[in-house]
Design a protein around this ligand. Structure first.
Ligand code: PMP
Length: 303
């Protein structure tokens, strides 16, 4: 069972989480016409009166852009101010995950985005490790990542997550922890809710935007950190077989942070992961406000 934070933002007000409920006729439930964000909040390790949010501005901008795909004008600053108030109302004492969600709240039928009411809610839940920090095994999914010409993959559109759900369950039911999806061109795209990185000969490689990936904020941060550390970074198409013989492979995401991959199908990855470990340590120090060079990535809320 999840431990939800006690207060949610729903229909323009802060209410007890249990009272934030939608109708069974809600348009978004039927047609997948929602979009969400996902960010972590942690109590400051040195100051329990402060909550740290990693790259809050980027998360709010991405959600605002996702909302535009739904024909909904919701400015990033509005999202940000609701999230800040949400945190103050809940005053969490443990690590948590915030889920802001924009959606067609209309009760009418027929798939469309015009002339339907839209709304926005925020709730949160306690969240520890999403994937095992020791590493995960991955199956190459038989499901393919959708194409940008079929739906706006740069938005976190809720309906698109049917593919992630199919892939994840297929992987887990066949004995793996996670799924890696190829795109329609047969190139590596991403995992069910994470971007994919590999290391070969000291270079960090990750599929580029043209591989139908989500524009991951952790991905973007890792690329910047690696460059600052002097690790060469290449964004380019990746073949499945290249993944199988890589020196290191890891997944990145807000929930997963940096999670090493220990096995892909029947191929075992090395447990010696110098670059993964270096990036992981750096990212974790940054998110905990322990790295002065990246303080502008960490938004602080006094509770
Ligand atoms: N890809 C997908 C499909 C995701 O759902 C996520 C999680 N938001 C990611 C990648 C990673 O994105 P981020 O680093 O912004 O959490």
């Amino acid at each position: 069972m999840h431990n939800f934070l006690p207060v949610a933002y729903f229909e323009g007000k802060f209410v007890p989480f249990e009272e934030a409920n939608i109708s069974i006729a809600t348009h978004a439930l039927h047609y997948g016409t929602g979009a969400f964000g996902g960010l972590r909040g942690i109590p400051h390790p040195q100051n329990s009166g402060q909550i740290l949010l990693f790259r809050l501005d980027r998360h709010c901008q991405r959600l605002s852009k996702s909302a535009r795909f739904l024909n909904f004008d919701l400015p990033a600053d509005k999202i940000q101010s609701v999230i800040v108030d949400f945190i103050k109302k809940n005053a969490p004492t443990v690590s948590f995950y915030i889920r802001p969600f924009v959606y067609t709240s209309d009760l009418g039928i027929a798939p469309r985005l015009h002339k339907v009411e839209k709304d926005f809610f925020v709730y949160g839940l306690e969240l520890g490790d999403y994937l095992s920090p020791e590493g995960v095994s991955c199956r190459i999914s038989s499901w393919y990542r959708q194409e940008d010409r079929s739906l706006p993959l740069r938005g976190k559109i809720s309906g698109a997550y049917i593919t992630s759900s199919l892939a994840k369950t297929e992987a887990v039911e066949s004995g793996f922890d996670e799924a890696i999806l190829m795109n329609s061109q047969g190139k590596v795209s991403e995992a069910s809710g994470m971007n994919v990185f590999l290391v070969r000969d000291g270079r960090l490689i990750t599929p580029g935007f043209e591989q139908d990936i989500l524009e991951g904020i952790t991905r973007d941060s890792i690329i910047a950190i690696a460059k600052d550390l002097g690790i060469p970074v290449v964004e380019r198409p990746v073949d499945k077989t290249e993944l199988l013989i890589a020196d290191e492979v890891f997944l990145s995401g807000t929930a997963a942070k940096i999670t090493p991959v220990r096995q892909i199908e029947s191929y075992h990855c090395s447990t010696h992961r110098p670059i993964t470990d270096r990036l992981r340590d750096k990212l974790s120090a940054i998110t905990e406000d322990a790295d002065a060079n990246y303080r502008d990535w960490v938004f602080k809320v006094d509770i």
